[in-house]
Design a protein around this ligand. Structure first.
Ligand code: BG6
Length: 514
C-alpha cells in the first residue's frame, strides 16, 4: 500500500461510494428552524465546496403560505446568519435558483399529490431524474400521516440500485421510549425499506467524532492499549451553556436523558468502545457500533439511583447573564421534574472493557459549551517517580475535544527542568483549525452528502435505535418508580450538581474540568 497523500485518500475511501448523484431534497418543515439554521446552510456550503451534484433542487414544504421568492429570502437570511462560509452574492444567485416552496398541511392528502406534481415539474425544468430525498423535520406525531401520504401519492416506490431512491431522512426524536420508537420504526418501515431510511444523529457527522475511528484504527499506538488492562475509565461530557431557549414544550417532555444521552452520548460511547470493523462498509461499521449497545449492562431497579444522577438548573449566571432557573423558564411548569442534567456510570460487559466505568454527563445551563471524550489510563506502579503515596502522579489522559475547538490532547508526565528528580504533567495539543486551516464542515454537511451518496455508515440503524431506547427505558422506568417531586438543583453557570461529583468520587475518581 502506498503511503503518499493520494494513496491514503484512496485507501481510506476504499469501499465507500461518495459520489452524490443528482437529486431533489423535499423538506417537510421547510419553513422551520432546522431548515433555516442547519439544512439550507449545509447545502449552501456543500455547493460552495463543489460537493453538490451538478443537478439538484430543494423543495421546502410548510404550513406557512410562502412564495418561492419568500422562501429564498428566508433561506438567504438563515444562510447569512448560520453558514460556516460567508454569503457570496454570485454563488447565492446560483444556489437560490434551485430553491422552491410548496405550502400545505401534512394532514391533507392533497399535499402529497401536489408534491409529486411540483417535483416532476422542477425535475423537468432542471433536467433531473426522479431521485427524491424526503427529509422529515417534523414532530414524530406527524410521521405516520406523512409516510402514508407519500405512499398514497406513489412517492415511496423504491427504484433499483444498491441504495434505492426515494430516500427518507428521519430527524430525532425517534420516540420517547422503546415502545414509541418501535412504533415509529414500524410506521416508516411499512412504507420504506431499511436501505432507504437514514436516521440522523448529527453527532456522528461531527469531524472529531469521525476522527475517533481514524485515531483508533489508523494509528498503531492506541489499539494495543485500548482495553481494560490499560484504561482506568472513560469520561464523556457534553455540556451546554444554553438553557431550554425556545424549545420549552419539547424539552419539558423530553429532558436530558432522552434529548442527549439516548442518542448522542451513547453513540460516542459506541465509537470509543467498538471492536475494529473489518471494513468501512456501512453494515460492518454499524454492526460494530450495535455490538456495544448489546453489551451495555442494563441499569435497572435500585441501580438507577446508584448509577444515575438527574438534576435541574436553578437560578444562576451564565456568561454574566442572569438565568432564572428551569422551573421559571417560559413554558415550563413550576413543579416540573424534567431533568436538564444527567450523569451516569455505564459498563460495557465484554472482554475488552470488563470493569471499566464509562462516566457520561450532559446538561444545559452549565458553565460553558464544551464537549469531550477523555480516556484516562491506569496509574503507574508506586515506585520510582510515583513513590510518594501522598503526592500521586497524574495519570495519562487522551482527551478528544469535540467542541468548541475540535482537536485532541494527550497528558504525559515530563521532568521538571533542574537538578531535582521532579516531574510535572504536560499536555500535547492538536487543534484541527491550526493544522488544517479552514474550519471543519458542519455535521449536517457531511450527513446530507452521505445521504445523497447512499452511504448509511453514519446513520442509526433500526436495531441500534431500539437497543439504545431499551437501555434508556430501564432508567426512565426506574425514575418513574422513584416518584420524585423535586429534583436536585445546580446553579446555572456551574459544572452540575454535587450529587454528580459524589457519583464519581465514590469510585475515587473526579470529573475533569474542561
Ligand atoms: C440536539 C438536542 O440533538 O443537540 C439539543 O436536541 C442540543 O438540545 C443539541 O442543544 C446539541 O448539539 P450541538 O451540535 O450544538 O452540540
Amino acid at each position: 500500500m502506498t503511503w503518499s497523500e493520494k494513496g491514503q485518500v484512496l485507501a481510506t475511501e476504499a469501499g465507500r461510494n461518495h459520489v452524490a448523484g443528482p437529486c431533489t431534497f423535499v423538506i417537510f418543515g421547510g419553513s422551520g428552524d432546522l431548515a433555516r439554521r442547519k439544512l439550507l446552510p449545509a447545502l449552501y456550503n456543500l455547493m460552495l465546496d463543489g460537493m453538490l451534484p451538478s443537478g439538484y433542487a430543494v423543495l421546502g414544504l410548510g404550513r406557512k403560505t410562502l412564495s418561492d421568492q419568500d422562501f429564498r429570502a428566508r433561506a438567504r437570511e438563515g444562510v447569512g446568519k448560520y453558514s460556516r462560509q460567508a454569503l457570496d452574492d454570485g454563488k447565492w444567485a446560483e444556489f437560490e435558483r434551485r430553491l422552491f416552496y410548496l405550502s400545505g398541511s401534512i394532514d391533507d392528502s392533497q399535499l402529497y399529490h401536489d408534491i409529486r406534481t411540483r417535483a416532476e415539474k422542477i425535475e423537468a425544468e432542471l433536467k433531473l431524474p426522479a431521485h427524491r430525498i424526503f427529509y422529515l423535520a417534523v414532530p414524530p406525531a406527524s410521521f405516520a400521516t406523512t409516510c402514508e401520504g407519500l405512499q398514497g401519492a406513489g412517492l415511496a416506490q423504491p427504484t433499483l440500485g444498491p441504495t434505492p431512491f426515494p430516500r427518507m431522512i428521519v430527524e430525532k426524536p425517534i420516540g420517547h421510549d422503546l415502545e414509541s420508537a418501535r412504533q415509529i420504526n414500524v410506521i416508516v418501515g411499512q412504507v420504506y425499506e431499511e436501505s432507504q431510511i437514514f436516521r440522523i444523529d448529527h453527532y456522528l457527522g461531527k469531524e472529531t467524532v469521525q476522527n475517533l475511528m481514524v485515531l483508533r484504527f489508523a494509528n498503531s499506538i492506541f489499539e494495543p492499549i485500548w482495553n481494560h488492562k490499560f484504561i482506568d475509565h472513560v469520561q464523556i461530557t457534553v455540556s451546554e451553556a444554553e438553557g431550554v431557549g425556545t424549545r420549552a414544550t419539547y424539552y419539558q417532555e423530553a429532558g436530558a436523558l432522552r434529548d442527549m444521552v439516548q442518542n448522542h452520548l451513547l453513540q460516542l460511547l459506541c465509537l470509543v468502545a467498538m471492536e475494529p470493523p473489518y471494513s468501512l462498509d456501512p453494515h460492518v461499521v454499524r454492526n460494530a457500533r450495535m455490538e456495544v449497545l448489546r453489551c451495555l449492562h442494563p441499569i435497572t431497579g435500585q441501580d438507577v439511583e446508584r448509577f444515575v444522577v438527574r438534576a435541574q438548573y436553578g437560578h444562576g449566571k451564565v456568561n454574566n447573564v442572569d438565568v432564572p432557573g428551569f422551573r421559571r423558564e417560559p413554558g415550563i411548569p413550576s413543579d416540573s421534574t424534567t431533568e436538564t442534567y444527567v450523569a451516569l456510570k455505564a459498563f460495557v460487559e465484554n472482554w475488552r472493557w470488563a470493569g471499566v466505568p464509562f462516566y457520561l454527563r450532559t446538561g444545559k445551563g452549565m458553565v460553558k459549551r464544551a464537549s469531550e471524550i477523555a480516556v484516562q489510563f491506569r496509574d503507574i506502579p508506586q515506585i520510582l517517580f510515583n513513590a510518594n503515596p501522598a503526592a500521586p502522579q497524574a495519570p495519562n489522559v487522551l482527551a478528544l475535544r469535540i467542541q468548541p475547538e475540535e482537536g485532541l490532547s494527550l497528558r504525559i508526565i515530563s521532568k521538571t527542568p533542574g537538578s531535582k528528580a521532579q516531574t510535572h504533567p504536560v499536555e500535547m495539543h492538536f487543534k484541527y483549525g491550526d493544522v488544517f486551516g479552514a474550519p471543519s464542515p458542519e455535521a449536517y454537511e457531511r450527513l446530507l452528502l452521505d445521504v445523497m451518496a447512499g452511504d448509511a455508515s453514519l446513520f442509526m440503524r433500526r436495531d441500534a435505535v431500539e437497543a439504545s431506547w431499551a437501555w434508556i427505558t430501564n432508567i426512565l422506568e426506574g425514575w418513574k418508580a422513584q416518584g420524585i417531586k423535586w429534583l436536585p438543583e445546580y446553579a446555572a453557570g456551574s459544572w452540575g450538581p454535587v450529587e454528580a461529583d459524589r457519583l464519581i468520587q465514590t469510585d475515587g475518581r473526579a470529573w475533569r474540568t474542561l
